[in-house]
Design a protein around this ligand. Structure first.
Ligand SMILES: [Zn+2]
Length: 142
């Protein structure tokens, strides 16, 4: 190894012009990683791409394959919550009332548990809502 990367140093990067993995000179570093590089072959300057497009290194690929519902216990539930919350408009949240009816996917604002997403109908009068701290079964449709 040639030691840690530094500005002016050599790094292998994908060159979008040459369409090859080639030697590049590091022009700028961000948090210990090359950020901008210059191709030693065609002299074009571009952002550092440590791998060929479509060929992500193993760590990135594994993270993508594991996905939001991955097998990590403990953290999975919170990330599932955040995944469900993603793309929801908080302004559309319904203030929880046992008199209202909810459907899976509804955003529920609960005075104690906070904001949650309805995940499953239990029976006629109960619905499961996933809050950040975990799922709760609430009464609805009274
Ligand atoms: Zn190049």
């Amino acid at each position: 190894m040639a030691g840690p990367p530094k500005v002016g140093g050599y790094v292998e990067s994908w060159c979008g012009k040459c369409k090859l993995m080639l030697g590049h000179t590091i022009e700028a570093m961000v948090s210990g990683e090359p950020a901008r590089v210059q191709c030693n072959t065609c002299r074009s300057q571009h952002s550092f791409k440590p791998y060929k497009p479509g060929e992500a290194p193993r760590q990135v690929r594994e993270r993508e394959e594991r996905g939001p519902l991955g097998p990590l216990p403990g953290k999975a539930r919170a990330s599932h919550y955040h995944e469900l919350m993603k793309g929801k408009n908080p302004a559309l949240g319904k203030r929880y009332s046992p008199k209202d009816k909810y459907a899976p996917g509804d955003l529920v604002e609960h005075p104690t548990f906070g904001r949650g997403v309805a995940t499953a109908l239990k029976d006629g009068s109960k619905i499961e809502v996933l809050f950040e701290e975990g799922p709760r079964v609430l009464i609805h449709g009274r």
